[in-house]
Design a protein around this ligand. Structure first.
Ligand code: SF4
Length: 247
């Protein structure tokens, strides 16, 4: 079993976190490990289009196996998991201190676990934790060191609008018509606004806790639709998970 918390440099999501030492915990999303559900509010389309099978995971079967192992341990050896997670985070904090950088950690790379219920962010006040979530109300600065960005799907439109109205930020996936598959996905244009709320480019960095914060109106964190094939892209668009960008 590899470490629970791995370097953010090994993941396409967190590799862009320039200026911070980044680390993340990757489990097997939703029910894919066959032992429980780590994404309580997942929608059918987000499960189908979950990015856990992209990047290096599409090449090395060991990556998926490690994610499944961690998920099985989460359900079957909870105390061991939490103890080991704490040891891992202490090790990462020492590493951050050695190199003189601030440590940011994303515990839900492919899950939506309420880590605050297990006291993890509370026990590491020097670490900046951040995650995306589909749990309504669990948004914004949940704790001084835990930032949550609500994640829009095809099934949570009213919660998305309510979240923006409350002043919290929402991540949403946009697409443009065209052949934007694989490496070309980054060429898609994001709209300037969505439902009257300003759209910020969320693909330049994964440092969501550094995003602008509205006092009374949230920001839309625009992400470009990423798909490996035309068929996958067409299926995600048909599901309503991605929004057509209108400029
Ligand atoms: S909630 Fe997030 S991690 Fe879970 S299946 Fe959906 S997109 Fe993947």
């Amino acid at each position: 079993m590899p470490n629970l918390v791995a370097s953010g440099d090994n993941n396409t999501k967190t590799r862009k976190n320039v200026g911070y030492l980044a680390a993340g915990l990757s489990m097997a999303p939703h029910k894919t490990a066959g032992v429980g559900n780590v994404c309580g509010n997942a929608s059918p389309a987000c499960v189908a289009g979950c990015l856990n099978h992209q990047g290096l995971a599409s090449v090395f079967a060991t990556i998926a196996a490690a994610r499944e192992s961690r998920t099985v341990l989460w359900y079957q050896e909870r105390q061991w998991f939490l103890d080991t997670l704490r040891v891992d985070l202490e090790r990462w904090q020492r590493k951050a201190d050695r190199v003189g950088m601030e440590l940011c950690v994303r515990l839900n790379m492919f899950s939506d676990i309420k880590w605050e219920r297990f006291g993890i962010p509370q026990d590491f006040p020097r670490i900046q934790f951040y995650d995306y979530t589909k749990h309504p109300g669990r948004v914004g600065a949940l704790l001084p060191n835990y930032w949550l960005t609500f994640s829009r799907s095809e099934a949570n439109h009213s919660a998305t609008i309510a979240t923006l109205q409350s002043g919290a930020n929402v991540a949403a996936v946009f697409y443009q018509h065209g052949k934007f598959v694989g490496n070309r996905s980054g060429r898609q244009q994001l709209p300037k606004t969505w439902h009257g709320y300003p759209v910020i480019d969320g693909d330049t960095t994964d440092l969501r806790f550094d995003d602008p914060r509205g006092a009374t109106r949230g920001r839309v964190i625009g992400l470009r639709l990423k798909a490996h094939s035309k068929a996958e892209r067409a299926a995600i668009i048909a599901s309503g998970f991605a929004i057509k960008a209108r400029g």
